[in-house]
Design a protein around this ligand. Structure first.
Ligand code: FE2
Length: 203
């Protein structure tokens, strides 16, 4: 039986204010993410039951809903991990970090990278995620997007950080202004964690 659980949030519900309000984080984490986890467990159980019965048709029917909820769980787990309160390390990208050196080398400047990431992420049609990742094959940095709850790793890219642009991520405060949410998220990115992920990815 599967037993995926909500990961602990590494900060309080009000710790990411004013970028993400207490109410936004509480609903996003405790309602939306929790539903992905509950659904993942429930549908994996049904999937295993179908597998025991060798019911291939049922297994295929269930696989897309398992993929969707599993993606929702994995993507949100990465998202909570790479955020940090401004009072701690939030938004603090040190020029000595390898990730800073690689970004400036690869994209020309940090500002150019940020503009590319913002533009691509804001332009996602419908629900999805903006990503900075590392190609598994070439180890090059890549700015990319995924739709719905698709995984970046399915494209052969190791995720470093992500921006959730489902409406549930920003609508309570930002309403239709997705671009403002994306612009503000930079001040609560945990570059210390992103640097650790980057060093691991390029090994
Ligand atoms: Fe979300």
């Amino acid at each position: 039986m599967s037993n995926y659980t909500l990961p602990d949030l590494p900060y309080d519900y009000n710790a990411l204010e004013p970028v993400i309000t207490k109410e936004m984080l509480e609903i996003h984490y405790d309602k939306h993410h929790r539903i992905y986890v509950n659904n993942l467990n429930a549908f994996l159980e049904k999937y295993h039951e179908a597998e025991v019965k060798h019911d291939a048709e049922k297994m295929l029917e269930l696989s897309s809903i398992v993929k969707f909820n599993g993606g929702g769980h994995i993507n949100h787990s990465i998202f909570w991990e790479i955020l940090s309160p401004q009072s701690k390390a939030g938004g603090d990208l040190k020029e000595t970090y390898e990730i800073y050196k690689s970004i400036t080398k690869h994209f020309g400047s940090f500002e150019k990278f940020k503009e590319l990431m913002n533009t691509k992420t804001v332009a996602i049609q419908g629900s999805g995620w903006g990503w900075l990742g590392v190609s598994k094959q070439t180890k090059a940095l890549i700015v990319d997007t995924t739709l719905n709850q698709d995984l970046l790793s399915a494209k052969g890219i190791i995720p470093l950080f992500c921006i959730d642009v489902w409406e549930h991520a920003y609508y309570l405060k930002y309403k239709n202004l997705r671009a403002d949410f994306v612009k503000n998220i930079w001040s609560i990115l945990n570059w210390e964690i992103i640097e650790t992920k980057y060093k691991k990815a390029i090994l």
